[in-house]
Design a protein. Structure first.
Lengths: 328, 300, 548
């Protein structure tokens, strides 16, 4: 078990490092002229930038060095949690991230809670209910949640619950009541995904031979559904939990924008609009770090739940066949 | 087939009975007949075809000019004259949507195209070659997955600049890992099947095995994912334009339309809600088609 | 879970009549009103303490009947006619909730495949406890009861095993756990659905013996579902033969075997290895050279903790003869075959085909050599590409080696199909449209396409129905006579082996424990394992006594 843990941790660090490298490659190597992008932000110059200004940007960001050297400079700084200065805001990226993280975490946690409750509950009902019309309706419902753009769901919820009914505020970052609508917005698509995976898992599990054995024992339907079916079907759902968390984090970008909430998501949207390269990179690495940590935790929990996974085998398959709504 | 489908009486005959005719036409006909019995599927296909048609030839559906401003007609709610109402400049929203669909569809096609080509190549190489090539490629795919697709897309858009095509490429890169993994999984599965081994034992070379045995038996799930990801791509592209990174106005890409309507949510909610409904319907229809394909494959 | 009155009544009732009574039963699948009928007009009864065997091939409806008796028909299935009485209670049209009371105290099920019938994420003890609790046993006595029930079912170290998970137990042990679960409720009727077909022959015998004893001790009735006529003949008081949803014959086993009334029963008897007509292997040709030779072949699997699968294998295969490799699962016989084919490389030693070392040949040389010996896979359902039609399947070896043109290849394929007794009209069909036996014929035709001298066959008939097995074995013997082929055949089924092989090698744990001419070994087995294998063949001893 120790060996398994150690290997997983090393893998996690490697993936994080690779994510950093890819984002660096995209942000610093893709653009044809990062200098002018940065210049555009550094106080909006009028007319052509002077040679001095160009030289200043180049030395500050190290563009006069070869790319490889730049990369290692940046990496070295990043390990010490220094991601440079945000060009659009004049603050250090790290401080911006630290300021904006707590509200996003609160929002994400609430959204995850909603996801599990709504998605899990829906899946259980969809497979337990006997009446055919209701059953097939419940089976199709998750697909609806997944089909609509997150931003549209948010706007619909605002229209319904803020403007028409006046139950919850449409904007703001303080207090629990401001959490509800954004969290709900974020959770509906992911709940749809979770429900789909769980429903498929439950339907498959219920057809397996050991369910027939349980029925032959004379156990009640509810007990079989909970103890034998749900427990076994949850294992693959646990596997995609990492993906779900990642997708929830990115949903925050849209949700915070619509509901005008403080947080990493809104920060990201503004950073891209301003083409603020250092800030964007900081956010990308942060998100990757969250994803990696969550998956590590899931990897470590999994053997405790599925006794068949021995420490030296890696049988959690992570092939994703259902589209995730991260991009919505 | 799921329990639901079995109970809904859609169980196909499970034991194939040999017919006197050549087997291929018999099965294709059987499949078509099965599809024809499902009104939901037909409806979904019809809707998607209509949307695709509107992207190619918008004039069939909306004869007006999407850019024509009629200030005196602003903020009209939906009626027979204006199916989706009018916006703040009096432009007919339905016309704008129909004309905007070509942008959205074009972007979606680009992204799915990028993802399929890149993903298939990586997946087939990785799965068939195995060894260190496989490990390397899969590590790369894992990393792409670790960066949430939206953020990856944001990073790409930051670097390349805004606009429909760049958004499309960004989304395409985000979809690639899915195709790579699923192709690889299929290739791995087929590679070890007895009939591939039998072909090898009877003298077939690697190329022949790849082209005649592995590929034809692997593409099933890929098609399903392509259809499903078409919907995902539509959502992603419209999200990115909603956030402001897509085509600049007055181009009426769907996401930008919904974003523009946001300011008037209180007074004229239809500006935002109706276009979104149309988008959701397309995605739902595509989802339905994809799931139907998957079920057909499961009992084939 | 406490019992209701009805269930207690079911258990302690003094109902003296049949434990299970089925009258005119009809079961159908599909939409209500438009069902496809799979069981028709079925009438049988099981008396207290009786063992009734329900025998039939796949599709006969035997499993469906058994499940109907438990109210466990799969989705889409329902009773469309007749009655079922369980311990005197009419259970034909009650709903699942009501039926639950009877499951456990009145009727128990021993399911078919022990590898999948247990919940993989729950401990053994808990799964048995669920059945024990149904009897209303007080909470603190449950662990003791569980241990007791496991022990009675023949599970050694029951306390230790109770804390383990299913994947930590062997197939035979898992089957015993399932028997324990079924018996835990102290039922009056035990339904055993193919209780041993997934297990090795010797394990099968031990479990069936044990089941016999338990049933006799407790006075429980047993309804035994099996496709193996030998098993049924050995163990049942009453034999029921089913075909295509109907009972074709029933009676005392000895009488049915001695004078079968129905032609289908006769067909089953003929096909049953060990019970029916004795098949003779092909005549031995005069020339006696060695086609294939194993020299000190050893194979280890795994790099960190290597498992030795084969040890120092020395074998000779003579032209025109059949050598059978026999052993239980894990004995290494399939690995030996795959090494001979060049699909695996030996860790040490060599395999010589006509003097050429198979393992050390490079790919080109091996490919040229491959024209002379071919492989027939165990599973006819997976060995044919589902996208290919029959013509392309059989012609593929010819295409791979570039032999002839399209027209001549088609002609060759037609000739080959003829040899394996498949009509030419099958050329355009896909493999998914063929039955198991037909697919195996196609696989054999494909193997013959390059006109090889040697065929390596891995369990060529184990995936097929009994009557189809007989046909394929006949075909193989005919082909050997006609074409002078040499066979190396791997099988776990000694009965099959007896009929087609000239030479026999028994493997255990990767070593040969006995080898020699088949007839001699069957008459005078030397090694303990050989004797155990022979004794484990159901029905074989009976027929041997008769023919001796």
């Amino acid at each position: 078990m120790l060996q398994y843990t150690a290997r997983r941790v090393v893998q996690a660090i490697a993936v994080l490092w690779a994510a950093y490298t890819v984002s660096f490659a995209v942000l610093y190597m893709l653009p044809s002229d990062p200098v002018s992008i940065l210049l555009n932000q550094a106080g909006g110059t009028s007319g052509r930038p002077s040679a001095d200004q160009i030289a200043q940007i180049q030395s500050e960001y190290g563009f006069d060095d070869p790319v490889v050297v730049q990369y290692f400079h940046h990496l070295f700084d990043a390990i010490q949690l220094d991601f440079g200065q945000s060009v659009s805001r004049g603050q250090s990226v790290t401080s911006l991230l630290t300021e904006n993280l707590p509200p996003t975490l609160a929002l994400t946690a609430t959204a995850l809670l909603f996801t599990v409750v709504i998605g899990g509950g829906l899946a259980f009902l969809a497979t337990y209910v006997g009446w055919r019309p209701l059953r097939s309706f419940l089976h199709r419902l998750p697909a609806v949640g997944v089909s609509f753009p997150t931003f549209w769901i948010g706007l619909l919820l605002i229209q319904l619950f803020s403007f028409s009914l006046g139950w919850f505020p449409a904007t703001g970052s303080e207090g629990i009541s401001t959490l509800i609508l954004p969290a709900l917005t974020m959770s509906l698509p992911t709940a749809g995904i979770l429900a789909q995976v769980l429903i498929r898992g439950l339907d498959d599990t219920l057809e397996q031979a050991h369910i027939a054995t349980a029925r032959a024992k004379g156990l009640s339907r509810l007990r079989i559904h909970l103890k034998h079916a749900l427990k076994n079907a949850s294992l693959p759902a646990l596997t995609i939990l990492g993906l779900l968390v990642g997708s929830t984090v990115t949903q925050a970008v849209v949700a915070e924008t619509i509901f005008s909430r403080l947080g990493i998501g809104r920060l990201a949207q503004q950073a891209v609009l301003a083409q603020d390269i250092p800030l964007v990179q900081g956010i990308v690495v942060l998100a990757a770090a969250i994803f990696v940590v969550v998956n590590l935790v899931v990897d470590l929990i999994y053997p405790l739940l599925d006794p068949r996974v021995l420490p030296h085998t890696e049988r959690r398959s992570r092939v994703r066949t259902t589209p995730t709504p991260e991009l919505a | 087939m799921t329990l639901a489908d079995a109970e809904l009486g859609l169980l196909p005959s499970s034991s194939p009975t040999p017919s006197d005719r050549d087997g291929t036409t018999g099965r294709a006909r059987q499949t078509l007949r099965l599809l024809a019995r499902r009104p939901g599927f037909i409806l979904a296909v019809v809707y998607v075809v209509l949307v695709l048609l509107s992207a190619v030839a918008p004039r069939i559906f909306a004869s007006g000019d999407p850019t024509q401003t009629v200030p005196k007609d602003k903020f009209l709610s939906p009626s027979l004259d204006h199916l989706f109402g009018t916006d703040e400049l009096g432009r007919d929203l339905f016309t704008r949507m129909v004309h905007g669909s070509s942008l959205s569809i074009e972007a979606t096609l680009i992204s799915v195209g990028v993802a399929v080509v890149a993903g298939l190549t990586i997946g087939v190489l990785s799965g068939y070659a195995g060894g260190w090539a496989d490990s390397l490629l899969m590590r790369f795919v894992d990393v792409l997955l670790a960066i949430p697709s939206l953020l990856l897309a944001l990073a790409i858009v930051t670097a390349l600049g805004f606009g429909t095509v760049n958004v499309a490429i960004a989304v395409g890169v985000g979809l690639t890992p899915g195709f790579a993994r699923i192709t690889r999984a299929e290739v791995l599965r087929v590679k070890t099947l007895p009939y591939v081994e039998a072909a090898r034992s009877s003298g077939a070379g690697r190329g022949r095995i790849l082209v005649r045995h592995v590929l034809p038996n692997s593409w099933g799930p890929v098609v399903v994912l392509a259809v499903l990801d078409f919907g995902t791509a539509i959502l992603a592209v419209s999200s990115l334009s909603f956030l402001g990174f897509g085509a600049p106005p007055p181009q009426s890409e769907w996401g930008s339309l919904i974003s523009a309507g946001r300011t008037y949510l209180v007074t004229s909610p239809w500006l935002t809600l109706l276009p979104g409904l149309a988008v959701g319907a397309v995605v739902y229809a595509l989802n339905h088609i994809g799931k139907t394909f998957e079920e057909i494959q499961r009992w084939h | 879970m406490a019992l209701t009155f009805a269930a207690q009544d079911a258990r302690s009732s003094t109902h003296v009549g049949p434990v299970l009574e089925i009258a005119g039963l009809a079961v159908g699948f599909g939409q209500k009103g438009r069902e496809r009928v799979v069981v028709e007009d079925l009438t049988l009864a099981v008396r207290p303490g009786q063992v009734v065997a329900l025998v039939g091939e796949s599709g006969s409806g035997k499993s469906t009947t058994a499940h109907a008796a438990l109210g466990l028909l799969p989705a889409g299935g329902r009773i469309v006619g007749g009655r079922i009485l369980l311990g005197g209670h009419d259970v034909t049209s009650i709903d699942d909730k009501e039926f639950r009371q009877y499951r456990g105290p009145l009727v128990g099920l021993v399911p078919q495949d022990p590898m999948v019938a247990l919940n993989p994420t729950l401990r053994i003890g808990e799964q048995v406890a669920e059945a024990v609790r149904r009897r209303g046993v007080p909470k603190r006595s449950v662990p003791a009861e569980v241990a007791q029930v496991l022990e009675r079912a023949g599970v050694d170290n029951p306390e230790v095993k109770a804390r383990q998970y299913p994947h930590e137990l062997s197939g035979g042990q898992r089957q015993r756990v399932l028997i324990a679960i079924a018996l835990a409720g102290k039922p009056r009727l035990l339904v055993a659905d193919e209780p041993t077909s997934a297990l090795d022959a010797t394990v099968q015998r031990r479990i069936l013996d044990h089941l016999d004893r338990l049933v006799a001790d407790t006075g429980t009735s047993l309804l035994l579902i099996t496709h193996d006529l030998g098993v049924a003949v050995d163990r049942a008081d009453h034999l029921v033969v089913m075909s295509q949803g109907r009972i074709v014959e029933q009676g005392r086993p000895s009488e049915v075997v001695a004078s079968p009334q129905h032609p289908y029963t006769q067909k089953l008897l003929d096909a049953a290895p060990g019970l029916g007509r004795i098949r003779r292997p092909a005549p031995v040709p005069p020339v006696d050279d060695v086609v294939l030779r194993f020299e000190g072949v050893t194979k280890d699997f795994g790099s960190r903790h290597p498992v030795r699968v084969l040890e120092n294998l020395d074998l000779e295969v003579h032209r025109g003869r059949t050598l059978a490799l026999v052993g239980e699962s894990g004995s290494g016989k399939t690995t030996a075959l795959r090494i001979a084919m060049g699909l695996e490389k030996p860790t040490s030693g060599r395999v010589l085909f006509d003097g050429v070392d198979v393992a050390s040949s490079d790919r080109k040389a091996l490919r040229a050599l491959r024209r002379r010996f071919q492989f027939v896979h165990q599973n006819p359902f997976a060995a044919l590409d589902p996208k290919f039609n029959v013509r392309d399947l059989v012609a593929e070896p010819l295409e791979s080696f570039g032999i002839g043109d399209r027209a001549s290849r088609t002609a060759t394929v037609t000739k080959l199909l003829d040899q394996v007794a498949l009509p030419a009209s099958y050329l355009g069909r896909r493999s998914s449209e063929l039955s198991g036996g037909q697919r195996q014929r196609v696989a054999i035709a494909r193997a013959l396409a390059l006109e090889p001298e040697l065929l390596l066959l891995d369990e060529p008939v184990s995936a097929l129905d009994v009557s189809v097995q007989a046909q394929i074995l006949d075909l193989l013997v005919d082909l050997q006579t006609e074409l002078g082929l040499t066979y190396v055949l791997v099988s776990h089924d000694l009965a099959v082996v007896a009929e087609v092989s000239h030479q026999l090698a028994v493997l255990d744990g990767g070593r040969i424990v006995e080898t020699g001419p088949t007839e001699r070994i069957f008459a005078e087995p030397q090694h303990a394992l050989t004797r155990a294998l022979l004794e484990a063949v159901p029905g074989l001893t009976a027929s041997q006594d008769e023919s001796a």
